[in-house]
Design a protein around this ligand. Structure first.
Ligand code: ADP
Length: 169
């Protein structure tokens, strides 16, 4: 085992954790980007041990957002939510790992930052529900739909192939 290459792969095997490839979509919303929080948010997910498998920065379109938030169309805050989400670029990411959907929701915290625990992203960086810094998929099925909506399969990395290739050099 060489340091760097393949370390995560070998460690997860030795701890006996199942080789789960669950994925979730995390997005830093326009307020998080504007406040320079992208690095700190990425750091939390890396520190926890999750693998970053996709990342891009873009100005979200109305089309993608109306699909992404289709379940909220009837909510009174829907129009202001879309205005907020198009007010600047977002950083959209796909993270992979054991139980990543549920763990990410815990790490991100309550939708309303006023109720979010300290130590969560929203609990540490925000105070109002209309500017809550980050998005995290709320179920495995929801994550699959969101990942397909925001990313093409070719833009996601297969860590197992990459790690196996890089360790067999
Ligand atoms: P979550 O993002 O935690 O999954 P929801 O799916 O309920 O929460 O809501 C989606 C997003 O809509 C929230 O993250 C927040 O940006 C916005 N939102 C939710 N409730 C309100 C509200 N009462 N007022 C303004 N914006 C809201």
């Amino acid at each position: 085992l060489r340091p760097g290459h393949g370390f995560v792969w070998h460690r997860s095997k030795s701890t006996g954790l199942p080789d789960v490839r669950e994925r979730t979509l995390i997005a830093v919303k326009p307020d998080g980007v504007q406040r320079r929080l992208v690095g700190q948010i990425i750091q939390r997910f890396e520190q926890r041990g999750f693998k970053l498998v996709g990342l891009k920065m873009l100005q979200a379109s109305q089309d993608v957002l109306s699909e992404h938030y289709c379940g909220l169309r009837t909510k009174p805050f829907y129009n202001s939510l879309l205005r907020y989400m198009t007010s600047g670029p977002v950083v959209v990411m796909v993270w992979e790992g054991h139980n990543v959907v549920q763990t990410s929701r815990t790490m991100v915290g309550h939708t309303n930052p006023a109720e979010a625990m300290a130590g969560t992203v929203r609990g540490d960086f925000s105070m109002h529900v209309s500017r809550n810094v980050v998005h995290a998929s709320d179920s495995v099925e929801g994550a699959q739909k969101e990942i397909q909506l925001w990313f093409q399969a070719k833009d996601l990395v297969d860590w197992d192939c990459w790690v196996q290739t890089s360790t067999s050099e």
